[in-house]
Every structure is written in structure tokens, then in C-alpha cells.
Design a protein around this ligand. Structure first.
Ligand code: UDP
Length: 409
């Protein structure tokens, strides 16, 4: 189900019928009817690396396919800007921060400069995460502005949060991934968990030869079972904990660990973390820094076990991506992962290195368990975590803004 545009094709929402049924697709088309021709844009701070970019690349296309003219812009920033915004990100996840006047001045000035360059006069604007948050202060709003925050806010740093609230409360709605992240705000809050695109290069079906080819290309040995974690190089993803857990597990079962990561342009910590963990490499601990979606797909398919040992995670796309491929995931018992994995049913939730090692061994030793859990994992993604569900939640939200219809008359 795709529409030809020149030599290219755009996946239509009907393509999802095979997974979510014709009724759900018809419902979505109906909800999109009143929104035809609506012009909206998304703003975030990186085109690749990280879940927000991943979501935007798929969702912006799917929204266009249902008749909503959806764009995507990225703010520019100097390294000091991104160093400050990463500190803000970390503070929202529970770290302390020394939020000085100078930091706030740089943050607000760079966002102002982006406001000058970007002429946002859309019917609706969606701003993602804290980096571009203050943009709203520089426009005459034509329609609703939504702040979509992808971060786990349960342990947010109060001073940092209070500073951001002055911007957040200028928005018409806030989207958070879970009800658990709800805040005291004047602005209405809604809760949407992210979802995955089964037709992207990262998630589409792959033939065995293609999987082999990708793994060979990156010199990944396949003689032993693979244990894989795919994550930005970020302390919150606990790559050291993954290596420690693997060191324990390998004493009981022969296996190979692959840590695949990338470095997002808005994340200055990435190269530091990569350098720190590189020293653990050996012939069975493969650490790769690559931007290769087909490799991600191949690894998630070939892995005996996928790990996502995060210490905080708003929602882990990597968890759902692997589960869609029928691979059981051992995930940190934090944030969104607790809603993505049902512990002991379609994967495992863990709170320590020891637990991670223990569940890894359990799965590595038991192919039948892997198959059973993997099957349930795929089914739970089919039911709950495909992009049509996320699209429909957005459509419901757009339809709830009365002003949108006035704009279109
Ligand atoms: N990713 C990737 N290559 C890598 C590491 C990550 O393509 O080397 C992708 C991964 O497949 C997922 C996204 O980046 O789609 C990460 O999203 P997630 O929600 O797991 O974490 P975030 O980076 O947003 O914290």
C-alpha cells in the first residue's frame, strides 16, 4: 500500500491493515478528514541519533500520507549550547545542575537566533524536548503550540524544572510519554507512548542473506550467540553495566557482546562515553560506533538476547524495535520500559547488573524460552506499539483544538 511519487513510494496508512486491521485504518482516515490540508511543523534539535529523530522521520511522513502537511525543522546550536541543553536534559532525569545566568543566557539567545531564522506561521507547531522550548516566546501564535517532552520527569531537578515552566505554560498542550511523568502545570497534559514504523529500513523484514551480509560487513562474528545493546553512547544507557553483566554471563555461556552506538549531533557526551568503554573491547566484546539502520535491523533480528539496561528511559524505542523482531529483551526496570516489557512474559525487567546477567544466562541457555518470549514480544508490539496508534492519538489531540477549524475556514 504505497503511493508513487516520481520513482519513489510513500507508505500509506492502509499498509498497516495487515497488522492493525481495516477498521482501525478506516477510523484513522475518518479522524484525518477534518484536518485535510492542515499545515503543521515539528521542531527538534537533531536529524539523526536518538529516538526523537527516529520518530519524526517516520511520523512526519505518515501524517503527510493522511493529508496533513507536516514538516520538520531542526534548530542549530553551538557546542556550548548543546552542552547546556544536555545538562538540562540530565537535570530533568535527576542529575544536579548549576543553572547560572550565563547558561540561561546562552540557551535563550541561541533559541532566539533560531526563531529569527525560522518563520513559524503554521496552523499548528510541535516543539520537541527542552532544546527548542523557548522558541514560543518569539512568535505571534497563529494556532496551537504543543510541547512534546520525551523525557522521564519523575526525578526532575526542581530548580531546572521551575525555570522551564515559564516557557512550558505558554503552550496550549503538553504531551508526555507516561502518566507517571505528569506535572503540576496550568497547561493541559496528555500521555502518548511512542511507537515504531514497521516499514522503515530499521524494522522492515530482512532476508537471512541480508542479515549475514550486514554482520559480515562490520566483522561481527556469528559463531556464538549474540547479546546486543543498541544505544547512543550515554551514561543513562549504562554501557558499563552491560559489559559487567556480560562478563558475569560469559562465565556460564559462551557468547559475543555487541554494543552498537551512535552519537547524536545534540549530545556532546557521546564521544566521551565511547572513549571510556572502548578499553573493554576484546575478541568477544565488540564496540561499534556506526550510523547504519540496516545493521541495527540485522543485529536485533540475529541477537539471542537484546539488552537495554537503561538507568532512566522516557520510552526505549530500541526495546520495541527488538521485540517486533521476535527477540526477547532484558530491560532496565525504569520509565517507559516497565510498560514495554511484561516481566517474565515477553522479556525481563532488571534492576541490577547481577539480575541482568542472570536473565541473560537464562535466555541464552533456553532456546525454547527465547522463542516463546519472542513470539509474545512481537504480538505485544503489534497490539500496542505500531505507529498508527501514535498517529491516531495525535489526530485526536489536533481534533480537540477548536481553533484549528476556524483557521481552515
Ligand atoms: N539507534 C541507531 N543506531 C545506534 C543507536 C541507536 O539507529 O547506533 C536508534 C535506535 O534504533 C532507536 C533510536 O536510535 O531507533 C534510539 O531511541 P531510544 O528511544 O531507544 O533512545 P534515545 O536515544 O532516544 O534515548
Amino acid at each position: 500500500m504505497s503511493v508513487m511519487i516520481g520513482q519513489q513510494t510513500l507508505v500509506q496508512v492502509e499498509a498497516y491493515e495487515q497488522y492493525v486491521g481495516a477498521e482501525a485504518v478506516a477510523r484513522i482516515r475518518k479522524k484525518a478528514e477534518r484536518l485535510q490540508g492542515l499545515h503543521i511543523t515539528n521542531v527538534n534539535s537533531t536529524y539523526y541519533g536518538g529516538g526523537v529523530a527516529e520518530l519524526l522521520s517516520s511520523l512526519s511522513l505518515l501524517m503527510n500520507s493522511v493529508g496533513i502537511k507536516t514538516g520538520w525543522r531542526v534548530i542549530q546550536g553551538s557546542p556550548d549550547f548543546f552542552s547546556i541543553t544536555k545538562k538540562i536534559h540530565n537535570a530533568l532525569q535527576g542529575h544536579s545542575i548549576n543553572l547560572t545566568e550565563r547558561k540561561m543566557e546562552i540557551y535563550e539567545r541561541v533559541v532566539f537566533e533560531n526563531a529569527v531564522r525560522n518563520h513559524l506561521d503554521h496552523d499548528l507547531v510541535i516543539i520537541h524536548d527542552p532544546q527548542p522550548l523557548p522558541l514560543i516566546t518569539h512568535y505571534q501564535k497563529k494556532g496551537p503550540w504543543i510541547w512534546r517532552c520525551h523525557i522521564d520527569l519523575t526525578a526532575r531537578h526542581p530548580q531546572c524544572w521551575n525555570y522551564l515552566v515559564s516557557f512550558i505554560e505558554q503552550y496550549d498542550a503538553v504531551i508526555l510519554s507516561l502518566q507517571d511523568y505528569q506535572q503540576k502545570l496550568k497547561t493541559p497534559q496528555v500521555f502518548f507512548m511512542p511507537a515504531i514504523d514497521p516499514f522503515s529500513i530499521k524494522n522492515q523484514e530482512m532476508r537471512e542473506e541480508e542479515i549475514e551480509e550486514r554482520l559480515r560487513h562490520h566483522h561481527i562474528p556469528t559463531d556464538l550467540p549474540l547479546v546486543v545493546q543498541i544505544s547512543r553512547f550515554d551514561p543513562w544507557k549504562d554501557p558499563k553495566g552491560v559489559i559487567e553483566a556480560f562478563q558475569i554471563a560469559r562465565q556460564e555461556v559462551d557468547c559475543t557482546l555487541v554494543l552498537l552506538g551512535n552519537v547524536a549531533t545534540d549530545d556532546p557526551e557521546g564521544s566521551q562515553v565511547y572513549d571510556q568503554i572502548r578499553e573493554y573491547r576484546d575478541d568477544r566484546i565488540i564496540i561499534l560506533s556506526e550510523q547504519d539502520s540496516a545493521l541495527v535491523n540485522a543485529l536485533q533480528r540475529r541477537a539471542a538476547v537484546v539488552l537495554q539496561k537503561s538507568l532512566r528511559e522516557g520510552f526505549g524505542l530500541t526495546v520495541t524495535e527488538a521485540m517486533w523482531k521476535g527477540t526477547p529483551v532484558v530491560g532496565g526496570k525504569v520509565g517507559g520500559i516497565r510498560y514495554q516489557i511484561e516481566d517474565g512474559v515477553n522479556g525481563f525487567l532488571v534492576s541490577s547488573v547481577k539480575e541482568a546477567a542472570d536473565r541473560m544466562v537464562k535466555l541464552l541457555k533456553n532456546p525454547k524460552l527465547r522463542q516463546e518470549m519472542g513470539g509474545k514480544a512481537r504480538e505485544s508490539v503489534r497490539q500496542n506499539f505500531l505507529l498508527t496508534r501514535y498517529l491516531e492519538q495525535y489526530l485526536d489531540l489536533f481534533n480537540s483544538f477548536e481553533t484549528i477549524y476556524r483557521l481552515k475556514i
